[in-house]
Ligand binder design. Structure first.
Ligand SMILES: C[S@@+](CC[C@H](N)C(=O)[O-])C[C@H]1O[C@@H](n2cnc3c(N)ncnc32)[C@H](O)[C@@H]1O
Length: 225
């Protein structure tokens, strides 16, 4: 069965049994800076020396980043090391200035990748996470059944927004760029639901500015201190 047909059948099934909330956020990503521009700008401004990318695919981003030391992890293609993020963090003993998470786009894997990254982040370093702002319900359903797949990475951002020891933001650019610092949380999210996997898209749609701690590209500089 080809992928388009399979996605179509999965969507039909979801349409009957899944959450029915079909409003969309109005972001048009071509009007915003790219992940590569954001990563490079931060590396240059902060004079960062080491970069780790989890999930490199065709190296569309990885190959363009200019920095002293680059490590890229992917079990299938791209980067510099052929393995999953879990395998990498099991053996790793190096710290990094900037870690870009763009591997498996599920809540469970992303929160694991964030927690592992926090252990190997240099003081004054930062973790960036791709695909944090799905526009419509189809983009964020697990398993993937639509063209652009954000997955439910956004739920991992909501989760870290409740941590005491991390300060989390989401930049409105390139499908949503999560930004996590290892420092006291400046604006801790209070939320009733503690099982973050259970959060609904409707809940996200109605509260995403608060949940995700939204900032603009221009505001990025201000949150580094
Ligand atoms: C969206 S692509 C990455 C795109 C790339 N970062 C970019 O900016 O162009 C996701 C990649 O994550 C990889 N991946 C999937 N599961 C992974 C895992 N457990 N650990 C690391 N990478 C994973 C996939 O093989 C795929 O190449």
């Amino acid at each position: 069965m080809n992928q388009k047909y399979q996605f179509f059948l999965q969507r039909l099934f979801y349409y009957v049994y899944g959450e029915k909330f079909f409003k969309r956020l109005a972001y048009d990503w071509k009007n915003y800076p790219s992940r590569t521009q954001i990563i490079q700008k931060i590396i240059n401004q902060q004079k960062y020396k080491s970069y780790l990318e989890i999930g490199c695919d065709n190296d569309e981003n990885f190959s363009k980043i200019i920095v002293d030391k680059k490590t890229g992890i992917d079990p299938l293609k791209g980067g510099t090391l052929r393995m999953t993020s879990d395998k990498f963090f099991e053996k790793n003993n190096k710290n990094f200035d900037l870690i870009f998470l763009d591997g498996l786009h599920t809540y469970e894997q992303t929160i694991k990748d964030i927690d592992n990254s926090l252990r190997y982040l240099n003081i004054n370093g930062v973790i960036l996470i791709h695909d944090c702002l799905p526009i419509k319900i189809w983009n964020q359903i697990v398993p993937r059944m639509y063209g652009h797949w954000n997955g439910d990475v956004w739920k991992a951002i909501v989760h870290t927004r409740t941590y005491d020891h991390t300060d989390t933001y989401t930049c409105v650019a390139d499908h949503g760029i999560g930004i996590i610092f290892k420092r006291k949380n400046m604006n801790r999210l209070i939320i009733e639901e503690k099982d973050f996997k259970k959060l609904k898209f409707k809940h996200y749609y109605n509260n995403h500015k608060k949940f995700m701690n939204i900032i603009s590209y221009e505001e990025i500089e201000k949150i580094f201190y």
